[in-house]
Design a protein around this ligand. Structure first.
Ligand SMILES: Nc1nc2c(ncn2[C@@H]2O[C@H](COP(=O)(O)OP(=O)(O)OP(=O)(O)O)[C@@H](O)[C@H]2O)c(=O)[nH]1
Ligand SMILES: [Mg+2]
Length: 460
């Protein structure tokens, strides 16, 4: 049998940095690196203790040239990320040193790692399950602190434990059903269909609860999609900048300044918001502006929350009325801007026709921004979002498999009710188990692994 290949990759991002890490994992990791390593102190890496840092020089064996001064971490399996021997060379950052060290490793017999291959090995060697492996990608991709927290909890097994519990409960019902199949002509007592159905209904609702956390999961990892919309020149980009506290978007007195959507993440009372500044909505304008407006409409359709902005120093017109009726009321907050222009007086814009009381702000002086943030937080926390704790699903793949599980459980209950053969009920339960198994990777399909790991970066 062919030995498991030793793989190598640059694990730090491209570009200049103080330190770069080139990593090896596999049975020959330590010998390969030792072939290039001249210790400054101490002996060869092959004799180094596990989990030590070794100071020395990487030397090109062909011409004896010194490539870089390095610290080499030696970690012997199985107490490592992949459960194999791992070597991490801490060299100088910048593309050249890292690339040269990597190519020397390849010359000595290492193979170039594919994206996510280190984590894939951690999975294949049984250190983590598939849901945990995926959480590693979640940690790397996390855009918000809350998203990072959820991904870390997943790595520590929050989702896997919940799935494991559900699996066990299904297995118990399945055992009762199968006993009925095996001993149907003996006197072991008939399957209590009503009781089995009740237990399956409970399990199904647990699965559905988990499915519902997917919304929170998306919100935490990507932020609440919040589109700022309104007519040109009402101050949408100014509001984005004010909330971000930096001049991110271009602001001018010319209507139609913003042509494309601009997205930024901000944090309001611990809630991540993905703010989207959009092109002002109006007819006419050139082709570029019209394409921007098309994107604005898409942003509204996809938004969890719409901030509809008006210029309070101007009376409302038909376009405002059109805008108000076109927006989804249940997820729109109305905001009247430029309050500094009507200080202490009623805005010229008549707020009476708005479906809900507006927040009055000045993006320029920042007056009212705290009220606005409060209203946004109320919307999110008082809304339909389930609690932000426990197992939270963040992957569409997991959501779909849980839906399939719930579907199979529902069909099984139906079967029990209408007196379907126990074999068929058992079949549905096995389908439910198999969907759950795909989440944690108990049911491995090679293609599935390729799909899961392809979104990783190389070197992880
Ligand atoms: N007085 C006052 N002027 C403001 C306020 N907010 C924005 N403005 C001004 O209004 C003009 C338009 O602001 P923008 O933020 O570019 O407006 P916009 O809605 O993004 O405009 P488009 O991108 O063209 O759709 C600029 O001259 C801003 O300085 C405000 O609170 N008070
Ligand atoms: Mg703008």
């Amino acid at each position: 049998m062919r030995e498991v290949p030793t793989i190598a990759a640059i694990s730090t991002p491209m570009g200049a940095g103080a330190i770069g890490i080139v990593r090896l994992t596999g049975p020959r990791a330590i010998t390969i690196c030792d072939g290039l390593f001249t210790p400054v102190r101490g002996g060869p890496l092959t004799e180094a203790d596990s989990h030590t840092l070794n100071y020395g020089t990487i030397v090109d064996p062909d011409d004896g040239a010194h490539v870089d001064e390095v610290l080499v971490g030696v970690m012997r399996g199985p107490d490592t990320y992949t459960r194999e021997d791992i070597v991490e060379v801490n060299c100088h950052g910048g593309a050249v040193a890292q690339q040269r060290i990597l190519s020397l490793f390849l010359r000595l017999g290492a193979e170039l790692a594919t994206p996510g291959e280190f984590t894939r090995r951690a999975f294949l060697n049984g250190r983590i399950d598939l849901a945990q492996a995926e959480s590693v990608a979640g940690i790397i991709a996390a855009k918000t602190e809350a998203g990072l927290r959820v991904a870390m909890a997943q790595l520590e097994g929050s989702v896997s434990r919940e799935i494991g519990g559900i699996r066990e409960d299904i297995l118990r019902v399945l055992a009762a059903v199968e006993a009925d199949i095996d001993f149907s002509d003996e006197d072991v007592g008939e399957l209590d269909r009503e009781d089995a159905g009740r237990r399956l209904a409970e399990i199904e609702s647990r699965v559905r609860e988990l499915v519902e956390t997917a919304l929170v999961g998306r919100v935490l990892s990507e932020g609440i999609r919040t589109a700022i919309v309104g007519k040109p020149n009402v101050g949408k980009s100014s509001l984005l900048n004010a909330l971000l506290m930096r001049e991110r978007a271009i602001v001018t007195e010319v209507p139609g300044t913003t042509r494309d959507t601009i997205e930024e993440i901000i944090n309001i009372r611990g809630i991540p918001l993905q703010l989207i500044d959009t092109a002002g909505l109006r007819a006419g304008g050139d082709a570029v502006e019209q394409m921007g407006i098309e994107r604005s409409r898409k942003a509204i359709a996809e938004a969890d929350l719409v901030l509809c902005l008006f210029d309070g120093s101007q009376p409302e017109d038909d376009r405002d009325r059109g805008l108000i009726t076109s927006l989804p009321r249940d997820r729109t907050l109305y905001v009247i801007n430029k309050s500094d222009l009507f200080r202490g007086q009623r805005p010229r814009f008549n707020a009476g026709q708005l479906p809900a009381a507006p927040v009055i702000i000045s993006a320029m002086t920042r007056l009212g921004l705290r009220d606005l943030k409060e209203r946004i937080a109320d919307f999110v926390l008082g809304g339909a979002l389930p609690p932000l704790e426990g197992a939270i699903i963040t992957r569409e793949r997991h959501r779909q498999l849980l839906e399939a599980t719930a579907g199979a459980l529902a069909t099984a209950q139906q079967g029990l009710r209408v007196g379907l053969g126990v074999e068929l009920v058992a079949e549905e339960l096995r389908a439910a188990l198999s969907s759950l198994g795909e989440i944690t990777g108990d049911e491995i399909v090679e293609d599935l692994l390729d799909i899961v790991f392809q979104e990783f970066c190389i070197g992880k």
